[in-house]
Design a protein around this ligand. Sequence first.
Ligand SMILES: [Zn+2]
Length: 852
Amino acid sequence: MMRSIPRLLLLFLPFLAFAQTEEIYFRLPIHDKSEADQLTRLISIDNVEGNVLFGYASDIQWERLLQSGYRPERLPHPGSLYEHQMSRSIEEFTEDWDTYPTYQGYLDMMAQYAGNFPDICRLDTFGVSVQGRLLLAMKISDNPGQEEDEPEFLYTSTMHGDETVGYVLMLRLIDYLLNQYGQPTPEGERVTRLVNKMEIRINPLFNPDGTYKGGNHTVTGAIRGNAHFVDLNRDFPDRISDPNNTTVGREPETAAMMLFVAAQNFNLSANFHGGARVVNYPWDNGAPSGTYSACPDDAWFVDLSLTYSLTNPDLLTGGFPNGITNGCQWYEVFGGRQDWIYWWHGGRETTIELWSTKNPPGSVLPQRWANNKESFLAYMEEALKGIRGIVTDAITGEPLAATIDIAGIPNVPVFTDPNAGDYHRLLRPGTYTVMVSAPDYFSDTLLNVVVVDTGAARLNVALWPVSSTVSFVQNLQSGWNLVGLPANPANRHYLSLFPQAMANTLFGFNGAYQLQDSLNLNAGYWLRFADNSSATITGAAIINATIDLAEGWNLIAGISTPAALEQISDPQGVIIPGTLYGFSGSYVPSDTIKPGAGYWLKATSAGQISLGSPAPAHSFPRLPDISQFPALRVHDSHSTASQGLHLYFGVALPDPAQREYFALPPTPPAGAFDARFADGYRIAGGEQAVILLQSAHYPVVIRVASLPTESANAGEQWLLEEIVAGESVARHLLAVNQTIIIRDSRVTKVRLSRENRGLPANITLEQNYPNPFNPGTTIRFGLPQPARVSLAVYNLLGERIRTLIGGQVSAGLHKIAWDGRDEAGRNVSSGVYFYRLETDGFSEAVKMLLLR
Ligand SMILES: [Zn+2]
């Protein structure tokens, strides 16, 4: 070959002064592949086979090639080799998929899919070509209108307009995914999983001007470049030759794709071409043509490429080992899309050459679909592997635009999608160190992250802002509150922080309550307010804390983020499970230490715990399952039912040592409601227990949440008595879901007792309760064996007023209510009445007094 001009000068030849009107395809013998490194900057190389280069040139480039001394051989253009049969309708096209759609047919099809499958797809136009044709992408996902925490996937085809196989196959893939979704077959379930777990976008035709160069009615005459004869796969920013990641000066199609990719943060994509049969993976440059140019994720890219090629008969017979090639080893390219998306956007993309003939007769297309279908799905499934998670602001919980780097794989981070904060770092199975960073935040490094082949490991990360001044609005209830510092303010005096607080009501705890006037970090306090109010506390964020616990009860506060119990580091194991309590009208068991609130926590002995540092989580002993335990829920008129504490009674714990899990903190200051068993616990075994009520606003409401199962002993019942000065003033036999309302403000104590009388030895008839009564009362009686029973009410004249029972009754204790009405439903008048129980050989009457 002639070398009449030094190579460097090739780059600086002036443009010739005539308009470009055509695209020329040619072959050019070269000495070796390194010669392609010069030519790739002059013309668009299509392929290098041995020492023959195939390429495209606009007429300007063709003149420059000739002026440079080359003697290329012009070949028939690949886009015009066949006179194509075009489909006349969508129906005809989709019947056998062996023709090509017209441009209008393509637009109609895409619109029709979007209309027919609105629940799983949405049609987007992400740009317009030089000649005004649309750049379309179908989004296929569950909830297609939302950006979810799911990997973003892109298939795009035919950026070289005359490489049309992928165009039709992508349309067919859209059709396949939409129609298989939800089908109750293994194939349908596979597609459904992909659609549900990913956000899939498919752009069948990236270069419509090139494809329809011959007119909107035909793909015969298609060209490689766009309407400006620019090869779009040489038009992207290049990390070596054009390192400005800007759309300025680029073709409209390129610019549109750049913005589309930047907006979506695609995690995995592929770019379909024709003219060869191979998966081409990065880098496309960085070494002489013909030389392997490994990218940082080289091993992963090889795996990915093999995932596509190894089940694909077309690719395995395409002349490349295993159907894959490193891009640069094939021939060097600058400005290609796959390197751009990898280098600048953290996306992983390959360039897949589907078929040797670029613009073949439609009759070959059905077999191409059959040979690529498995590859399409398997390649998509790779997006569900590696490491995924959400990166948030540690204080606000808002998703962040963050960067995820892997130690040992430099310079090719992935980025979160700021919409949902999700990232998806595709990786081979192994153990990794993951570094998460964001501008203006402290970075975080996570060690020993294990990746397996079957699915993505989840790793959510919260980052702390560097300028960590934070503000919290705290809502305060009238009466007592448990408070703490959510941040480190300049002035810690309680009236500076809480101007609405009542004077001299700040109490800390150090074995006993102590009056204070300022708050320390990580300490909890009682503070009283006359009315509901709020306070805003501003200060430096408390990122982590080490808290010294004393043996017994501690009143503590946390850090500027919520700390779940399982995130608390407790290396000495001093925390007693179940003993974290907040206060909201009454004590409330908690599993999270929230910013700005005070909490009680009990320790077996003095020790240190820490919050907010990436220490290994402490695993607590399991709490016994108490969800089925008999329980009362107690609250007063200033607290709500949901705030009431469950008090458990009448059962034995499996392990007596677990009783400590039910210890209650020291009683609140006078004025704060509290209900507890007399020994300070919230569980009581045995046959009797006393509940103390402190500072209640009456009425106090006791709801029976559950009771001991009575099946074992039909005679067992629980009685709750209201006690005043040691005397029972009211008694309630407990029933599940019963609500007991205590209105008598002298009642500060209630007694629970089990009446375990078994089956009565004799027939018994008890005094009604209450008595005197108005308007109703309850009558109790016992039967040692089943019997026919009559129980009725009589007046002083001996007239039967009301029959309460008349029929067979089981053995055991029974009670029945009388509402003070006669048989006709009329209220009877005040006075003395009798109730008489009659059964085999037994008849007894008892007097009662109705006072209206
Ligand atoms: Zn191509």
